[in-house]
Structures are given as C-alpha cells and as structure tokens.
Design a protein around this ligand. Structure first.
Ligand code: MN3
Length: 241
C-alpha cells in the first residue's frame, strides 16, 4: 500500500495538531505571504475606479496587511505553515486572542484584497453573468436587478469599514456584510448566517473610493458593477460546495 500524503500535508497536519494541543516543535517550513499582482494596469478600470486609488489600495494598503501578517507569523511560527486560504477557517483555533485579532485583521485583509483584485476586470473585459450564475441569481433573488438592489442596500448600510459579499450558502445565493476585514470564511468568528463561499466581494472601506468619490459611496457602488470579472464569479460558483 502506498501513502500519498506529501511531506507538506504531513507537516500541515502536525502543525495543526501542535497548534490545537499546544505541543511545541521545530517548524521547518513556513509560508511568507507576498503581494499578488493586480492582473491589470491600475488605470485600466477608469473611469469607474481611478488609477491613483488602485495604485495606493494595492501597493500601500494591501501590502501593509501582508507586512503585518508576516511579522505576526514570524513571532508565532506555529501558524506560519498555512496558506492564506487555509488560514481563514482556522482562525477560530488561535487561542491567543491578541494573535487571533492580528491574524483576523491582517490575514483577513490579505485574503479579502487578493480576492477583490481577482474579481475585477476592465469594463471591456468584464463579460456578463453566465447562464449558471444568472439562474442562481434569479432563483435566489427573483431577478438580477433585485440582487443588485439588495447588494447596494447592504453596501450603503455597512456602518464604517467593511465588506459586502455575494455568497453561496447551502446551494442558495445570499448577500451578507462583514465589518473590518472579516469575511464569510471565518467560521466561529463571523455570525453563522454570514458564512459561505464568497462569489463576489466589494470593499466599502473609504480607502477604496474616497480619493475619487469622496462621500459618494452610492456612486462608487454603482460604478463597480461595470468592472466585475464575471468569469471569476462563474468559476467560484461552479467550485462552491
Ligand atoms: Mn481595501
């Protein structure tokens, strides 16, 4: 009989066990998180999202979350072997609350922004909701316009900083909103009803729109529909459990 467990999986399993049980060990392999490429020119989303906002948002804000995440993990190597995707649902197991808050804010910031860039495309390449996406939207919200209205409503009601999400939850689509850098993958930290597989997310922190839109959040939300990468939404829906 052959075992297919890779060294990495064994290490991850043992790290997870060590993290849960508090058993100390030497960590040979760690993940250093790095800034992913935007995937398009920062000016490519104009006039809907301006180049200066995109540049600062990506190279300053997102980069800062990653720097702080890496700093925290350097001091806590028992959590440093997890990919950012794997880390999100594991945050509930971080017993040190100061560390958990740091990983939640900065790890969440890294996950959310990486997801956000992959959800965007220049208007000419945005595409349209696929047949499957449209069918899911219509069966959950009645119509595409009703989904958009509900999404905009949640984005306007998010007090202070946070995100609005279109998620797949138990086979249905749903709109949810999370504060700060929380997201629908943070089981145990985010309300049960807000958990699910994110299909689309909108950053409604002021840093995402204030340079161009100032206090006009509604205009930013309306413009954002022009620069959605619908292929990414389709791929996420097809992969959703
Ligand atoms: Mn942001």
């Amino acid at each position: 009989m052959t075992t297919k467990l890779s060294r990495r999986n064994v290490l991850k399993w043992s790290l997870a066990t060590a993290a849960v049980t508090g058993i100390g060990q030497t960590y040979a392999e760690t993940v250093t998180h790095s800034l992913p490429a935007l995937g398009f020119d920062p000016a490519a989303l104009e006039p809907h999202v301006d180049a200066a906002t995109m540049t600062i948002h990506h190279s300053k804000h997102h980069a800062a979350y990653i720097t702080k995440l890496n700093e925290a993990l350097a001091a806590h190597p028992d959590w440093a072997a997890w990919s950012i995707n794997a880390l999100m649902p594991k945050l509930r197991d971080v017993k040190d609350i100061t560390l958990q808050t740091t990983l939640r804010n900065h790890g969440g910031g890294h996950w959310n922004h990486s997801f956000f860039w992959k959800s965007l495309a220049p208007a000419a390449q945005s595409g349209k909701p696929s047949t499957e996406v449209m069918r899911a939207i219509e069966s959950s919200f009645g119509s595409y316009d009703q989904m958009k209205t509900a999404f905009a409503d949640a984005a306007m009601k998010r007090f202070g900083s946070g995100w609005v999400w279109l998620i797949s939850q138990n086979g249905k689509l749903k709109i949810t909103s999370t504060p700060n850098q929380d997201n629908p993958l943070m089981s145990g930290l985010v309300a049960e009803g807000d958990l699910g597989q994110p299909l689309l997310g909108l950053d409604v922190w002021e840093h995402a729109y204030y340079l161009h839109y100032q206090n006009r959040r509604a205009d930013y939300i309306a413009a954002w529909w022009n620069v959605i990468r619908w292929q990414a939404v389709h791929d996420r829906l097809m992969a959703a459990p």
